[in-house]
Design a protein around this ligand. Structure first.
Ligand code: HEC
Length: 178
């Protein structure tokens, strides 16, 4: 009886533990998700939408974890083993070269500090796995402006970045986007 209880407690701890670690170690910088839904945004006027997005962007210190999860799933073709191996390594040894983030995010936020050095292997495993399973957000490469999706700055012609569908078109200085 005691043993079953202990096993149940341990199982509970490992299931709920990952989210607790995320709250403790990650949310100082990363929001878990965007603080508004797409449906809510669509109810606003374009001006209101833009203002809201800008206000949220201003308060951000890192990309939201829902976006990070979606981007990495996209990069690794939904291969959970590759995804978690990448996350575990990145948390201990982050670098601009390894990063799968959009170049604009790196430029804006800088490279993440090696937060994972303070975590055990088991904690890293559980956080990486949580990051994979907690979200079902899809990365839509068409959603982002084309010049943000490329590694390194993209050349642009006629003062516009790519054939962006985003309005207004992004300005670019000195032939570079962003
Ligand atoms: C001190 C702020 C900070 C903390 C704390 C932090 N991060 Fe980050 N993280 C960032 C920034 C900034 C980026 C974007 C730049 C980059 O990718 O290095 C980032 C990017 C990432 C990425 C994307 C890696 C890539 O491909 O570039 C992952 C995955 C990630 N964080 C996971 C975590 C997890 C999990 C935690 C908690 C254990 C955490 N972060 C805690 C700042 C932080």
């Amino acid at each position: 009886m005691k043993k079953t209880l202990l096993a149940a407690l341990l199982l509970g701890a490992s299931l709920f533990g990952s989210e607790a670690i995320v709250k403790q170690k990650c949310t100082a910088c990363h929001m878990i998700d965007m603080p508004f839904t797409q449906a809510e945004m669509m109810k606003l006027t374009p001006q209101e939408r833009m203002a809201k997005k800008q206000a949220v962007m201003k308060s951000m210190k890192a990309p939201p974890l829902s976006k990070v999860s979606a981007k990495l799933k996209y990069e690794f073709g939904n291969d959970k083993a590759k995804f978690t191996a990448f996350v575990k390594d990145y948390l201990r040894n982050p670098s601009a070269e390894k990063s799968k983030c959009m170049p604009m995010a790196l430029k804006r936020f800088g490279v993440m500090p090696p937060i994972g050095k303070g975590l055990s292997d088991a904690e890293l495993d559980s956080v990486a796995s949580w990051l994979y399973t907690h979200f079902d957000t899809q990365w839509n490469p068409g959603e982002q402006q084309r010049c943000q999706g490329q590694k390194g700055p993209m050349k642009c012609g006629a003062g516009k970045c790519g054939k962006s569908t985003a309005k207004p078109a992004m300005k670019c200085g000195a032939g570079k986007c962003g």
